[in-house]
Design a protein around this ligand. Sequence first.
Ligand code: SDX
Length: 437
Amino acid sequence: MSNEASTSGNETLTIRDNRTGHDYEIPITDGTIAAKDLGQIKAADDQPGIATYDPGFVNTASCRSAVTYIDGEKGILEYRGYPIEQLAEKSSFLEVAYLLIHGALPTKEEMDAWVHEITYHTFVHENVKSFMEGFRYDAHPMGMLMASVGALSTFYPDARNIGDPDNRHMQMVRMIAKMPTLGAWSYRHAQGKPFIYPDNDLGYTANFLSMLFKMSEKKFEADERLVKALDVLFILHADHEQNCSTNAVRSVGSSEVDPYSAVAAGVAALYGPLHGGANEAVLRMLRRIGSKSEIPAFIEGVKNGNEKLMGFGHRVYKNYDPRAKIIKKSAEDVFEVTGTNPLLDIAKELEKIALEDDYFVSRKLYPNVDFYSGLIYEAFEFPPEMFTVLFAIGRTPGWLAQWLELVQDKDQKIARPKQIYTGDRQLTFVPSSERWA
Ligand code: SDX
């Protein structure tokens, strides 16, 4: 929603209830009306007032937020007012994490303290190892991550004290610091490889790569170009206003539960193929298409409703997702190091055909953040089931910034929407002994 005033200056709606002939003046604020103002519109005094019905909250604002701004028509994305293109080119993931959570860029002292705190909180309690070893050998890393993040709430019971700023700060530092450790260990478990402990000599993203790929060498050596590319990907995934997983974090957080449990709900929502799981689904889709010659048949399947073009479409962007543009460029940088991915040619051809096809153009379906990211992750030799774990590591500061805004927002209360009841009423219960006689 924007907060530009209209030309007339009369920021109200006049609503006539034709059931009663009554008119109501409803104020417009920041391009919205308050749903509670509709409650006064009743067919009779003993009737419930009007509510709104909005599955998926397609046209409902759930909060006021200063964290991220998106203009879907113009393909604009800004974190705390800074364009994503500038942050991706000139900042670092930990600096962006600081910006999202604190609302301003850090001074040198603030950044040094921030990096030090996060570096020295990357270890997890040894018991985390033993319960991660309890997962099946082929457990999906996102299932392991979801469980592990939730389990952290049992290691830090003081996290329930969400009213204490210092406590909130400590839990947010821990979560940003430990997400890569949990993500890497989920991968190592699935690979049947020993867990690698954090190496505090390394930067945040290089340390993550070390915990993922280090074997018997003394010190893990990452190619700086790959570290930079992954750091940019984390920046691009860091926040995205009220997406499905952020809505889950806010909804669960509205019960005043600890932030680990709220973020675990975000991990669960991100796992879905319509959301963060799409990057994994894109890779599987490209592999299934197999060659450029198979693209027309696949596109037909999409138009017939038998398929979705994964990595395309977005609730907000009705133009090219600005992140997809940056990722597409990043892919070239990565492929210089790793060698190109034959699936990239299929992806580019698929994009070219889709952007010329009226089915996609009329529905304003463009590549989103997930369309190209999987190709880069595969170049890092991540298996597809790890792609959404990478998304979750990047999104953690955004979830926490939104959670922090929620707990400090006086407007907010526990999430408890209404419903339209469609079931039976006032049935007479017959005990099973009589029903089955
Ligand atoms: C992310 O919200 C965020 O900000 C999310 C995210 C973030 O950073 O947090 O950006 C990350 O989740 C990106 C989206 C990743 N998901 C996918 O790539 C999965 C494929 N995309 C779709 O499932 C879909 O586009 C959604 C879920 C992303 C958006 O769905 P909407 O907004 O509810 O749109 P819709 O399903 O109502 O679609 C409108 C029309 C429909 O056709 P009709 O019924 O009008 O005939 O477009 C069609 C849809 O069938 N459509 C698609 C399509 N996406 C929408 N048709 C084919 N392929 C697709 N991908």
